[in-house]
Design a protein around this ligand. Sequence first.
Ligand code: AMP
Length: 215
Amino acid sequence: MNIVLLGPPGAGKGTQAARLAKASGLLHLSSGDILRAERRAQTELGQKAQEFMDAGNLVPDDLILTMMMHHMSKPEATGGFLLDGFPRTVAQAQGLDVRLSREGKKLDAVICIEVEDEVVLKRLTGRWSCANCARIFHEAFSPPKKNGVCDNCGHSLSRRKDDEPDVVAERLRTYHELTKPLVAYYRDEGLLRPVRGIGSVDEVGEAIRKACPGL
Ligand code: AMP
């Protein structure tokens, strides 16, 4: 199966995708995580992406499409993949459809996790992550055992620059303007599976499984 997880920043796409990938064996491909790894490695792509990401803007479609198609063509992806954070514009979705059909592949479902803007703001601005192992904590919902230190690897925690309140507001504006139209795009393709993203991680996971029985 090839699945897309759609929804605003902070909807829980990454958390749910990681769980689904573990349970289903599908390859989890997060465009944000891949870009952050490119930045850490100081690749040409990482350097190009940096200023867009720090401002809460989208990285250009052609760069993202090439990067994601490269990952989808890896041998680990032959059993299917879960796309998280991609596509994020209608142009990316169209590019993805064309490139997948060229390879004789297609999407099977698009799970849209729905969460209100106020919830997103609260979730993201309280989020702290480990730059070493990528584990994520939240000061209110899932605090680390020791303040500012990763439970998993002991590295110090930091707030992503794009989780600062003014950048989150910009990311939400970008979501409504450029990504939300994908809901109609995938509804028209008959692929959309809307899921309410409020509740515990288990509850949302269960709602996803109900909306997408093959998973
Ligand atoms: P995320 O972790 O998914 O919120 O992504 C962090 C940042 O990476 C976004 O704010 C964008 O700057 C960039 N990014 C991630 N995925 C995409 C995409 N599909 N298209 C354009 N930019 C992206």
